[in-house]
Design a protein around this ligand. Sequence first.
Ligand SMILES: Cc1cc2nc3c(=O)[nH]c(=O)nc-3n(C[C@H](O)[C@H](O)[C@H](O)COP(=O)(O)OP(=O)(O)OC[C@H]3O[C@@H](n4cnc5c(N)ncnc54)[C@H](O)[C@@H]3O)c2cc1C
Length: 395
Amino acid sequence: MKVIIIGAGIGGTSAGIALQRLGHDVVIYDQMRENKPVGAALSLWSNGVKVLNWLGLGAEVAELGGDMATMAYRDGHSGEVLCDFSLAPVTAQSGQKPYPVARADLQALLMRTFGLDGIHLGRKVVAIADDGASVTVTFADGATDTADLVLGADGARSLTRTYVQPDGAPEIVREYSGYTNFNGLIPVDSAIGGADAWTTYVAEGKRAAVMPVAGDRFYFWFDVPQPAGIPYDRSEGKAPLEAAFAGWAPGVQALIDAIDPAVSLNRVEIWDITPFHTWAKGRVAILGDAAHNTSPDIGQGACSALEDSFALGIAFATNTVSVEDTLHRYEKMRAERAGELVLRARKRGDETHAYDPDATATWYESLRGSDGAGIIRGIVSNIEGSPVNLGGGVL
Ligand SMILES: Cc1cc2nc3c(=O)[nH]c(=O)nc-3n(C[C@H](O)[C@H](O)[C@H](O)COP(=O)(O)OP(=O)(O)OC[C@H]3O[C@@H](n4cnc5c(N)ncnc54)[C@H](O)[C@@H]3O)c2cc1C
């Protein structure tokens, strides 16, 4: 079977590897001219790592992953440790250690594993047409390519998502999550947090956090609740962070001081999409952010894209009726689970960003002296429903 994948992000490349390993002829097109992942790093929870293990990349991902042994919350103003506990139960209960990884490292690994010859950059898809026997994509320059199956891994503003929706369905729109995220990479610094700890400073509905990734680096991020559309010019560098976190604890000041905006500082407004359940039409389906655009509040967006790739792999390995039938089985396996994670992330974002100040104050209080059991339960429950834990059973 010939497969066209639109989008060379984590979703597209991982799905490409899964289908290649089943012996299919897969080609990936992406509109970007060079591989430039948005964002510095991400946390790969056990469900995401398990899919990478299944794709044969376990050793490589372990190399890229930071050793995140503990989790600590600190008061943003005073720096006082509110709680500090081991993350070992996450590994024990899920069967796989989670890893924070630098995005560029993961993206390069996936692209290399898929094969750079099969990834065509600078190719923007502008139209999709399915004649029942094959699907043709048209590029911005008017050229076309035809395959048995087209997968849209084309991200939050997906063209393929619009294509697969039923005629007359309401327009799917992104919704602002209420905050801006700043992120990047800095060298590990014990003045900010332990070298093997995920440390988060909290106050005023804002967060400043670090997680270890390979190469003695911290992935850092800040959340700043604010309206959408505030102008930002890169020449402003970290000035918005200095303003938003003025007077915060010494560890946060050390973090801001360590940032070199010319080397690593990204700013992104956070939006998501209310879950929807049509992911496939004919010989075309969507995956990744195209299908379930989430806020990063439980760190599951890319992990969910990896679950999609696993589900597509299992679906095409085991079903033989038709491409259309297999895609509907994939959709059935994935839409509810992925949508639930989007809603969980939204709920968590509401709690952490003080949209209801009393709820956030209660959360801060619950952190004080916590043994982490509730937090671990939450993390593990995000992982538990993964199809990777059930294998082909869900089919
Ligand atoms: C601040 C932040 C932190 C995050 N942290 C985490 C985390 O800790 N853990 C986690 O699991 N997830 C995290 N995520 C989510 C994660 O980044 C995404 O879910 C994931 O990267 C989505 O991958 P994707 O391949 O679906 O989409 P993308 O990476 O967006 O890739 C889509 C690709 O499609 C291409 N494309 C789009 N339209 C076309 C077209 N018409 N023709 C050709 N190409 C096209 C684009 O150029 C792009 O390369 C975070 C997200 C953000 C914003």
